[in-house]
Ligand binder design. Structure first.
Ligand SMILES: Cc1cc2nc3c(=O)[nH]c(=O)nc-3n(C[C@H](O)[C@H](O)[C@H](O)COP(=O)(O)OP(=O)(O)OC[C@H]3O[C@@H](n4cnc5c(N)ncnc54)[C@H](O)[C@@H]3O)c2cc1C
Length: 412
């Protein structure tokens, strides 16, 4: 008579991107998966991702992908190779959630609805009989006689294997409040200090009301510190007290462990100094009786002009035909090196991702298993990995989840 093999019981804490993808991949005839989340719904952070459209991955090859990872790219090499952006695209396209690729290789659902991505993942979870427990905040974890005991207030769950997919510390209203770090520490894991990443940068200059709707297209932002210089080209936006937009978000991830930086904007990056000077001379010659403000209107967005004048002490009373060479060159310098005063990054809860987390040197990069505690795994943003914008962070969640599920299924 054949004996039925006892299923391996697995608990995954967190029904975000990584937890859902882990659960649907791990659950099968040998593995019984219970997914626990403190929220009443799955994927709260994914729901607001990509401004509600969910930029689920980036349609690029592994090499390009890794070049967009800020922290611990080498650690991710194995996971991204195991489940690539192309695999993500195939997964959703073949599970009733067609995707499309936009500018910068950013991939979104054709419907432009993040809810469709979440529904797709939930459908597969249900199909594979994942047991989902909502409204259960995990308060403590213990390991006793090779079994994990997970407490949610008065309720207790037990399992042979435990996966921690609790996310980072940013946007805590979505459920990711940093509990995973505490759980990891209880198992003697080292936690790398968390910093805001992909977040606005606070500046000293007062942002004028009319700038709040402005997107400065095609400018470049340079940050300099000791042995560090980085320039990023693209779009910039303004918030009360801070600058934001794609180039600022990316820069924040690159400088979040540096401290003080000097920041400047090149407002005319397409023109080098010589070309810009020729342009200024042309404009002056064309309308010599107009004033400097009129000249600026030819060069800058209308709602930025007063801010520029205020912060460069530009004398607007001068009529162009009496603008000295010295004053013209100062104007040129201000346009190419417009200084903004760095006041620090926005707080961690306003970051799109968290930098820092579970030290990856204590995690097996092929399986996501702890090197300290057998049968304990960490996936997604709780790990000390983060990437730039463009769909890379969700792909990291999916790839680490997949690697973990595959390892548990193959028991490697
Ligand atoms: C505004 C915004 C926009 C974004 N847009 C994009 C984008 O377009 N593309 C992209 O690639 N990335 C984007 N990101 C980042 C991306 O959403 C995250 O990196 C990704 O969701 C991380 O997945 P995760 O599964 O690791 O964590 P999360 O999705 O944060 O999931 C963690 C889950 O764990 C649960 N949890 C935590 N603690 C406990 C506990 N004690 N008990 C029970 N449950 C618990 C939480 O409730 C949560 O559901 C965005 C992030 C934000 C904030």
């Amino acid at each position: 008579m054949s004996e039925t093999k006892k299923k391996t019981e697995i608990i995954c804490i967190g029904a975000g991107a990584s937890g859902l993808f882990f659960a649907l991949n791990a659950a099968d005839e040998n593995n019984e998966v219970t997914l626990i989340d403190s929220n009443s719904k799955a994927g709260r952070k994914m729901y607001i991702s990509g401004k509600g459209r969910c930029n689920i991955t980036n349609n690029c090859d592994v090499k390009q992908f890794i070049s967009n990872v800020v922290r611990n790219p080498k650690f991710l090499y194995s996971a991204i190779n195991r489940f690539t952006p192309a695999d993500t695209i195939e997964f959703f396209n073949t599970h009733e959630c067609p995707l499309k690729t936009e500018r910068g290789n950013r991939v979104f659902p054709v419907s432009d609805r993040s809810a469709d991505i979440i529904d797709c993942l939930l459908r597969q979870c249900r199909k594979n009989r994942v047991n989902i427990q909502f409204d259960q905040k995990v308060t403590g974890i213990k390991k006793k006689d090779d079994r994990f005991i997970v407490s949610c207030g008065n309720r207790r769950y037990e399992a042979d294997k435990l996966v921690i997919a609790t996310g980072g510390r940013s946007y805590p209203s979505t459920g990711s409040t940093g509990d995973g770090y505490r759980f990891a520490e209880e198992f003697k894991h080292r936690i790398v200090e968390q910093k805001s990443a992909l977040c606005p940068i606070r500046i000293k200059e007062t942002i004028r009301h009319e700038m709040l709707d402005l997107t400065m297209k095609n400018v470049s932002l340079t940050c300099k510190a000791d042995k560090f210089t980085k320039t990023i080209f693209g779009d910039l936006e303004f918030l009360p007290g801070s600058i934001s937009g794609p180039i600022v978000l990316s820069m924040s991830s690159l400088i979040n462990r540096i401290g003080e930086v000097e920041m400047s904007l090149d407002l005319k990056p397409a023109l080098d100094e010589e070309k810009l000077d020729r342009r200024l001379l042309r404009e002056i010659e064309a309308e010599p009786n107009k004033d400097v403000k009129h000249l600026l209107a030819k060069l800058l967005p209308a709602s930025f002009i007063d801010f520029f004048i205020e912060n460069t002490n530009t004398d607007t009373s001068i009529i162009l035909n009496s603008l000295t060479k010295e004053k013209r060159l100062k104007l040129l310098k201000d346009l190419k090196h417009f200084k903004v005063s760095f006041m620090g990054l926005e707080s961690i809860d306003k970051g799109i991702v968290t930098s820092g987390g579970v030290d990856v040197s204590e995690i097996d990069p092929r399986t996501m298993e702890s090197k300290i505690c057998k049968d304990l795994y960490f996936i997604g943003e709780v790990l000390d990995v983060d990437a730039l914008t463009g769909g890379f962070n969700l792909q990291i969640a999916l790839s680490t989840a997949y690697s973990c599920a595959a390892a548990i299924k193959q028991d490697i």
